[in-house]
Design a binder for this molecule. Structure first.
Ligand SMILES: Nc1ncnc2c1ncn2[C@@H]1O[C@H](COP(=O)(O)OP(=O)(O)OP(=O)(O)O)[C@@H](O)[C@H]1O
Length: 236
């Protein structure tokens, strides 16, 4: 079953069109990557899905047309967006950030269990549970941003450049945890990532965007085997 489908999605910032007919299909429990050079429209595609940019075309989530819905309505349907730059609340503690992620939930017991799950998934956060988010390292902030998104109990996670600015070993830790989350929770994912090597450890398939259009789409195995992908994205 398809959980999310984009067809002919367009978006502009003022007069400048940056998405020019993007398509994407995410199966239930699937993980799909979006690759592409700087400025190709990867972040804007995630914004179109989460309702933080006005979009044209079709965006269907769980059988419902969500294009044009406000971001809070999209979130309430079960789509959690972890933006580039992380967006944790610096003046709140780690625990408070996790609670903010769960603000729509009424199941106190489930929230407490999910906090424990996040701390098991990201043990670094366990040690910093009373620290303000602003005092965390870049890697810990990224972990907190993902954990906060998990706390909303999403069906779909939108992940924007989760490895950006992190040391390679930290980026690998973050992706290892997200892969475990995927296996254990079945949450579907759309993964924007400059580091295609890392992305391919998580996603089943990917699409490559160039100036706001899909230029290549395939399974991870197919894409990894292509010379142009190896040259442009895999350092070989
Ligand atoms: N808020 C904004 N206002 C105006 N132009 C923007 C805005 N955000 C992005 N753009 C422009 O839209 C185009 C697509 O940007 P987008 O961030 O979607 O690309 P990207 O593929 O995610 O690249 P990057 O890896 O640099 O984030 C770029 O030319 C960018 O400069």
């Amino acid at each position: 079953m398809t959980l999310l489908e984009l067809e002919g999605v367009t978006a502009s910032y003022g007069p400048v069109q940056v998405l020019d007919g993007v398509s994407l299909r995410v199966p239930d429990n699937g993980a799909v990557g979006i690759l592409g050079a700087n400025g190709a429209g990867k972040t804007t595609t995630l914004r179109a899905i989460s309702g933080t940019v006005r979009a044209g075309g079709r965006i269907v989530f769980d059988g419902k047309d969500i294009r044009g819905l406000r971001p809070d309505r999209v979130a309430a349907l079960g789509i959690a967006h972890v933006p580039e730059g992380r967006g944790t609340l610096g003046d709140l503690t780690v625990r408070e950030n996790l609670r903010v992620g769960a603000y729509l939930r009424k199941d106190a017991k489930g929230v407490a269990q999910d906090i424990d799950y996040c701390l098991d998934l990201f043990p670094n956060l366990q040690n910093r549970i009373r620290s303000n988010a602003s005092a965390l390292s870049g890697g810990e902030q990224q972990m907190l941003a993902v954990a906060r998104a998990i706390m909303s109990k999403p069906r779909l996670l939108l992940l924007d450049e989760a490895s950006l600015g992190l040391a390679p070993s930290t980026a690998k830790n973050v992706y290892d945890a997200i892969r475990r989350l995927r296996i254990e929770s079945g949450i579907a994912m759309v993964v924007v990532e400059q580091n295609a090597n890392l992305a391919f450890t998580l996603v089943d398939s990917a699409t490559v965007l160039e100036t706001g259009r899909n230029v290549l789409t395939g399974t991870s195995a197919e894409l990894r085997g292509m010379d142009e992908i190896r040259r442009a994205y895999l350092g070989g």
